[in-house]
Design a protein. Structure first.
Length: 359
């Protein structure tokens, strides 16, 4: 029996398409090593986005592919990932603590943006990334309650706020500085200043992704974010109904004007499933987000159901990804996080971060 050549193994791997990147392993330059020893085909792959939860599935799929061509061989596969820093809008200084900042926006309130943001952050962490969450909704902060930390207050050390740790992610919010029922009666400039302080005067640990939960609208806070904070990409959350889509399109136009790339659209409340008979009903309409994606040529990242259990877990301070990570109800959120990370990984890498400063 003739042993397979590395070039032959490479050719076979060129037929394996990553489901989230939409390209094959060879085109994406993921193959780091191919070695054939005895009856073993050894592989080392490095993905450009975190795949921690998918390693068993990836190993099985790739092994099955190679064994179909060489049934008498065993496959030894090592899988790793490397998250790179990506290009942001021009003229904005990078933040050393974060490789990538992802803004989650909606344009309109009441579409479940904060639920999407917190589960996105938790899912990215669960996939193996280092993650932080900034609650940028100064008037109505909700992340402290969703993370089960509404009674905690942020401490200061060396004139820096200390982020609150919950479920493995760092977070900061105006909700950690005031009482939950206090009303923030501030004008726009004060709100924008407070937001920059939360970002710049917090003792963040280095992380791969900072998720920013933006308030609804396209006002002062959103413009401050887009013009002064280096954003690698934005995710727009909407429901299928026309009223929500009108404002979601405004959010897209805002990011377009300030040259922040939109990674895609998340359609929340796509359908409601009856807890008794499991009948699905599209109570907010169907296909709205897909029409928007077709219009602006951006991907539909996820369609998330309207389920009481997701709402209850958020209210109880244990988001669904943390509460039931292996349940079917959490799977759309895991897939959403993979889509977001993969779409960002396909964007231009910021090579300036690797250039040393000569003194």
């Amino acid at each position: 029996m003739i042993a397979p050549l590395p070039s032959q193994v490479t050719a076979v791997l060129g037929t394996f398409i990553d489901p989230f990147l939409g390209q094959d392993l060879v085109s994406l330059k993921m193959i780091q090593e191919i070695a054939v020893h005895g009856q073993t085909i050894g592989l080392k792959l490095c993905f450009p986005y975190p795949v921690g939860r998918k390693i068993p599935e990836l190993k099985q799929s790739i092994s099955d592919l190679l064994i179909r061509h060489w049934p008498d061989y065993h496959v030894s596969l090592q899988v790793a990932w490397k998250i790179r820093r990506h290009v942001v809008q021009k003229g904005v200084k990078l933040k050393s603590a974060f490789k990538n900042i992802i803004a989650v926006a909606s344009g309109k309130g009441g579409v479940g943006k904060s639920t999407v943001a917190v589960n996105l952050a938790l899912a990215l962490h669960g996939m193996g990334a280092r993650v932080a969450l900034l609650d940028a909704d100064i008037y109505g902060p909700s992340q402290p309650r969703m993370l089960g930390k509404q009674h905690e207050k942020a401490l200061t050390r060396d004139k820096k706020l200390m982020p609150i740790l919950s479920f493995g992610i760092q977070s900061i919010s105006i909700g950690y500085l005031i009482e939950e029922q206090s009303a923030m009666i501030w004008r726009g400039p004060m709100v924008s200043s407070a937001l920059q302080q939360l970002l710049n005067e917090t003792a963040w640990q280095e992380c791969d992704y900072l998720i920013i939960d933006l308030p609804p609208g396209t006002g002062d806070i959103q413009l401050t974010m887009a013009q002064k904070i280096p954003i690698s990409g934005a995710v727009i959350v909407t429901t299928p109904q026309d009223i929500a889509l009108i404002d979601a399109k405004k959010a897209y136009r805002m990011f377009e004007k300030v040259e922040v790339p939109v990674l895609g659209v998340v359609e929340n409340m796509s359908w409601h499933e009856c807890t008794k008979c499991h009948h699905r009903e599209a109570i907010f309409g169907e296909g709205g987000a897909q029409y928007m994606c077709d219009e602006f040529n951006v991907p539909l990242l996820a369609q998330l159901p309207l389920l009481s259990q997701v709402r209850e877990q958020g209210d109880n301070g244990v988001p669904i990804v943390a509460a039931e990570p292996d349940a079917d109800i959490a799977k759309p959120y895991w897939d959403m996080a993979s889509q977001v990370a993969a779409k960002l990984a396909l964007r231009e890498v910021d090579l300036t971060a690797a250039i040393p400063v000569l003194i």
